[in-house]
Design a protein around this ligand. Structure first.
Ligand code: ADP
Ligand code: MG
Length: 703
């Protein structure tokens, strides 16, 4: 019998929810906290003291000994430093666990060892973490015990953002303010804010831990740097949505339970396209909470895998030749009185507010396609975007048949008189119901697709924080809303003005709409004709942060200062160079100490065989041929290894971070590929029993 899980009971059991605050806080204190959560402002120290005590009491009752300000530096992962609730004992030696309001609101980790891109010299090491009151505190349990985690933003002494959270929160305020101006124009006087909502679908791979530990590349780089394709890949399309195997199923079950306890609404799970690849999607929530929760999802995925003797790989391309992993970032905007601004209704042609919002989003995405592409860049994602795999690095928008038709009517005639309707799907079986069809089919190849009442930004990498994509989305759309509101608020005849503006925006930015196959070569050529940017790598995308256009946008809405943008660009170059350097060193190590020695031994055994066979008077031509083939590839590999070593040494002499990043991309990365080719060919030639590391077949088919 299966143990019965009471999901309603365990859900958010490790979260200091609003409900728990209501139970444990005096009424007036609870009210103040709630007001600040909803409307912003600062908690008084006296109130913070009361909240801190209640939070600590709850945490201690649940086994907590420590607390931490949990933050998201520019490393893309989370950081924490634990402090216990222990205080100085009294003279009788008795100690009381305490946690003050001051400790709750503000922390002061040493900021000097986090990436700052020159924003903060080591002598100005101060950095502050500030409680993000809108994201609930939670308990994390691991070998160190139970830790109370307080989600925070991380800034320098001068208030510059050193993290991914601060700009996101700033962007959420910007979009709320500008979107409110839009809904006011349409007579919505009740809404007090507009919330960006986000639902990220997380893809991941699971591999057996024993095998993982035999591969330095997986350990150090999170991806395979060598590896010939297995005889079978994903060509039979038998893994996507396939039956979930026992071992994976029990992992998923544990993962769900852990996530539910943390208040993460794990909702959907399934096998993905590649063997050993899977996906988990939560229910959408407010952007900053979604960002925090996605970090928890990634962390929990890794932690739970360990318990099942597996390792979770979040890298965007752990295995060449099969699907990589991404994170579909579903994004929408809703008012606090329940209106989804991206809901077209049944007849979008009559929904003027929706059409204006849509026109603004198209304008934003077209104007800042470069920034959006940048926001989804990370080192691993270079293997997906614009490489041999989808989605392409070119930003375009998929609207679907219905909306594309409405846009066409508006652009061509200035009027949209009808909307294509979905109709019925006839199943042709009398016992099956005929289904109502959506007005639009799906398009899996578009990087930015309208999916009914939200946009799905599909470029984001699986290991990346979703903070940057959402910060950028909020910022660019806030700008478009602001420009539209500036015009419409002054208009004498609103109806005419809004009609003209929609037509103008749609006409000017229709080039960004593309409903065809985004993976095709024709699209690359077509996009070029349309003048759409095709930024091929993370390194090339980094400079888009500091164009005049970007600085103007981000400064206007107080999301980034110029200095903050410059620092981020610098951090990206550093990150890229360091990551590829690690990969190159790992390859060198593996080639030198594992692969080449194994092949050399193998050639010896082949040579012995040739001699023995000849001595025995038989024909040794097959053995001799094998020997010469392997020896030839071995020589090639050795040569490529020497080139790679040379390039890595040369990189050590380059000081400018930008130049270094380009050197790693253009020279080191190329040298890595040149080494991989003969090694992978060797793998196909050499006796499996002498190959020193688990193969693709071992890794992805035998989990
Ligand atoms: P699809 O099949 O189009 O991917 P789903 O309904 O499975 O659609 O949703 C995928 C993700 O989109 C889920 O994480 C879901 O919570 C999220 N989502 C749905 N509606 C919204 C919304 N209004 N805003 C943001 N995300 C949303
Ligand atoms: Mg989806």
């Amino acid at each position: 019998m299966c143990e019965v899980l009471n999901v309603e009971e365990i859900f958010a059991s490790k979260v200091f929810t609003l409900g728990k605050m209501k139970e444990r806080l005096p009424k007036n204190v609870y009210k103040e906290v709630k007001r600040i959560m909803d409307k912003g402002g600062e908690l008084s120290l006296a109130t913070a003291d009361v909240v801190a005590k209640a939070m600590k009491d709850w945490a201690v009752e649940n086994g907590a000994t420590h607390y931490t300000h949990w933050f998201q530096p520019l490393t893309g992962i989370t950081a924490e430093k634990h402090d216990s609730f222990v205080t100085h004992p009294d003279e009788e030696g008795k100690m009381i666990m305490e946690f003050s309001g001051k400790e709750l609101i503000k922390g002061e980790p040493d900021a000097s060892s986090f990436p700052s891109g020159g924003l903060r010299a080591t002598f100005e090491a101060r950095g502050y973490t500030a409680w993000d009151i809108t994201s609930p505190a939670f308990l994390k349990e691991d070998a160190t015990g139970v830790i109370l985690c307080i989600p925070t933003a991380f800034c320098s002494y001068k208030g510059e953002a050193l993290d991914k959270k601060t700009p996101l929160l700033r962007s959420m305020e910007a979009i709320s303010e500008q979107a409110l101006r839009i809904v006011r124009l349409f007579g919505n006087t009740e809404a007090t804010k507009v919330v960006a909502s986000v639902g990220p679908e997380q893809e991941y791979f699971l591999v057996d831990r024993e095998k993982y530990l035999k591969r330095e590349d997986l350990i150090f780089a999170g991806r395979t740097l060598f590896g010939a394709p297995a005889p079978k890949g994903q060509e039979l399309e038998d893994h996507y949505f396939g039956t979930i195997r026992e071992r994976i199923g029990s992992y998923m079950k544990d993962l769900n339970v852990e996530l539910w306890k943390l208040g993460v609404t794990a909702k959907t799970q399934h096998n993905e396209v590649a063997p050993a690849q899977h996906e988990l999607a939560p229910i959408y929530e407010t952007a900053n909470i979604a960002v925090d929760h996605n970090q928890l999802v990634m962390e929990t995925m890794k932690k739970v895998a360990g318990r099942h003797g597996m390792t979770c790989l979040l890298h965007e391309k752990p295995f060449a030749g099969v699907n990589g992993s991404g994170k579909h970032n579903n994004w929408s905007l809703g008012t606090d009185n329940g209106v989804n601004l991206l809901d077209p209704g049944d007849t979008p042609n009559e929904n003027i507010q929706f059409l204006l919002v849509l026109a603004c989003i198209l304008k934003a995405v077209d104007t800042h396609a470069d920034l959006l592409r940048q926001s989804a860049s990370d080192v691993g994602n270079d293997h997906r975007l614009g490489a041999n795999e989808a989605p392409p690095a070119i930003i375009s928008v998929f609207l679907g048949e219905q909306l594309e038709d409405v846009v066409k009517q508006l652009v061509e005639t200035g009027e949209a008189t009808h909307s294509i309707q979905g109709g019925k799907l006839l199943t042709g079986v009398s016992t099956l119901p005929d289904l109502n069809k959506d007005a639009t089919d799906r398009n899996r190849t578009s990087p930015f697709a309208f999916t009914g009442n939200k946009f799905e930004f599909r470029m984001v990498g699986s290991s990346d924080s979703i903070a940057s994509p959402n910060t950028t989305l909020n910022a660019i759309v806030a700008e478009a809303f602001c420009e539209a509101a500036d015009i419409l608020e002054k208009a004498d005849d609103f109806d005419v003005a809004v009609h003209d503006l929609i037509k103008k925006y749609l006409t000017e930015h229709q080039r960004i709409i593309f409903n065809g196959n985004g993976y095709s070569d024709e699209w690359v050529a077509e996009a070029e004709r349309r003048g759409l940017p095709n930024i091929k790598s993370m390194v090339e995308a980094s400079a888009t942060l500091t164009t005049d256009k970007a600085i103007k946008l981000f400064e206007k809405f107080g999301i980034f200062t110029k200095a903050e943008l410059e620092s981020r660009e610098e951090v990206l170059y550093e990150t890229y160079a360091k990551t590829i350097n690690i990969e190159a060193l790992t390859m060198i190590d593996m080639a030198k100490k594992q692969i080449l020695p194994a092949v050399i031994k193998y050639t010896k055994s082949l040579a012995d065989t040739v001699i023995a066979v000849k001595e025995a008077g038989a024909d040794a031509s097959v053995q001799a041929e094998a020997l010469s083939e392997v020896s030839g590839k071995l020589a090639e590999a050795k040569k490529a290894l020497a080139v790679l070593e040379e390039k890595v040494a040369k990189a050590g002499t380059i000081e400018c971070q930008k130049e270094l990043a380009f050197f790693f991309k253009d020279e080191v990365f190329e040298a890595m590929n040149a080494l991989r080719t003969p090694v992978d060919e060797l793998e196909m030639l050499v006796d499996k029993s002498v190959w020193p590391i688990p193969t693709y077949g071992d890794l992805i088919f035998e989990v």
